[in-house]
Write a protein that binds this ligand. Structure first.
Ligand code: ADP
Ligand code: GN1
Ligand code: MG
Length: 354
């Protein structure tokens, strides 16, 4: 067992000084330079109650992806994450405090974006996520652990949201009554995808489930989508989760935590470029899925908005925050985006049909 982060590095046979990397909301991520570059991550135990199961999932998924990438003539050292085993032969290192760390090779020559800087970037991101989903089409879904049960069951997320409002652990609910009402008014939307998955109208697929733009790495010279990262939530789900969640983030004209709401619009041009790339990469999409693409963007944005607002009301216990109102600021951008999407749904449908 390791005593501290330096001891953890020794178990992975890496030396060097860990420096914070990226803007993820969940794990603690470090870059360590040791001749080669490595990423060291402390898995968030509050979010992932069974880190060993998480590592079993991501190892199985990356092994599958490596086979697929090689078969297609690609470079498996770049196209997916390459995890490193400890000297004891394990894909994680446990510390005396009960923390789990993992390490993987830093993908060289790439960069990540927190805001969509150009529509073409979205075309690339969509192709990367679509290809990712395609490569997992024949992955045995039944072998995956459900590491966060009901992750995108929006009906359950809605129930949890109401429970947070009723409990009002932080006493903050009084200040956000308009935001709470906005979400409560949209209860009927919450069951659409989860019910259609249950009835078989929508196929269950192995999906990424966290398709934020900063979970794709782009080639620093060509901006081609090189590698999909953050594989912790790969689980059975709907293609609509990945499509909708990606556009929740990349369809916005501003950052997820932009304070000035006048800067937050839902960009139809981004929607168009992303949709084009995604449809090219997912030839197996069904008619029912296609029809729900525009709605899925609204649904995933609403879901994320209720999660941010619930966390604000719970007292910031889930997402990493940089200041006290951070989750509220995030919830407000999602709410603004939902109203924008509601106004643009018909135009989004026309784009899909085109
Ligand atoms: P979280 O679950 O906290 O979002 P991620 O696995 O997404 O954790 O990592 C957080 C951030 O670190 C990513 O959004 C990305 O910006 C950066 N990052 C992670 N791995 C790499 C890598 N191999 N190369 C470049 N950047 C990376
Ligand atoms: C979290 O891990 P990260 O930062 O890529 C969250 C997503 C949310 C997202 C909102 C495991 O993603 O579900 O959509 O924040 N991941 C988890 O920015 O809860
Ligand atoms: Mg991430």
């Amino acid at each position: 067992m390791a005593a501290n982060i330096y001891d953890v590095l020794k178990h992975f046979n890496i030396s060097g000084e860990p420096k914070p990397l990226g803007n993820g909301h969940i794990n603690e991520t470090y870059l360590v330079s040791d001749g080669g570059d490595y990423v060291l991550q402390k898995i968030n135990k509050n979010v992932f109650h069974d880190p060993v199961a998480v590592m079993e999932n991501v190892k199985a998924v990356t092994e599958h992806l490596k086979r697929k990438i090689s078969e297609a003539g690609g470079d498996p050292a770049k196209g997916t994450l390459n995890f490193i085993d400890t000297v004891e032969g394990l894909p994680y290192c446990l510390t005396e405090n009960g923390d789990y760390y993992r390490a993987y090779v830093y993908v060289d020559g790439v960069k990540s974006y927190d805001v969509a800087e150009s529509p073409d970037l979205l075309y690339q991101a969509a192709r990367a996520f679509g290809k990712f989903q395609n490569m997992l089409a024949d992955f045995p879904a039944g072998t995956l652990h459900e590491v966060i049960p009901s992750f995108h069951d929006t009906r359950k997320r809605f129930r949890d949201f109401k429970a947070s409002v009723e409990k009002n652990a932080s006493g903050r609910a009084e200040n956000v009554t308009d935001e709470i009402k906005f979400i409560l008014d949209r209860e009927d939307d919450c069951g659409v995808v989860i019910d259609a998955l249950g009835s078989g109208e929508l196929p269950v697929r192995v999906t990424h489930n966290d398709t934020k733009l900063n979970n794709v790495l782009f080639d620093e010279n060509t901006d081609e989508g090189v590698c999909v990262i953050d594989l912790d939530t790969v689980m059975p789900g709907s293609l609509l989760y990945d499509f909708g969640d990606a556009l929740r983030f990349a369809g916005s004209s501003g950052a997820e935590d932009e304070k000035d709401l006048s800067k937050i619009r839902f960009e139809l041009e981004n929607f168009e470029y992303f949709t084009k790339g995604f449809l090219v990469a997912t030839p197996s999409i069904t008619e029912n899925e296609k029809e729900l693409l525009p709605f899925s963007v609204k649904l995933m944005t609403l879901e994320c908005g209720m999660r941010f607002l619930a966390d604000y009301i719970d007292g910031d216990v889930y997402f990493k925050t940089a200041y006290p109102e951070h989750n509220l600021v995030r919830a407000r951008t999602q709410i603004k985006l939902v109203s924008e999407i509601e106004q643009k749904l018909d135009r989004m449908k026309a784009i899909v049909n085109k």
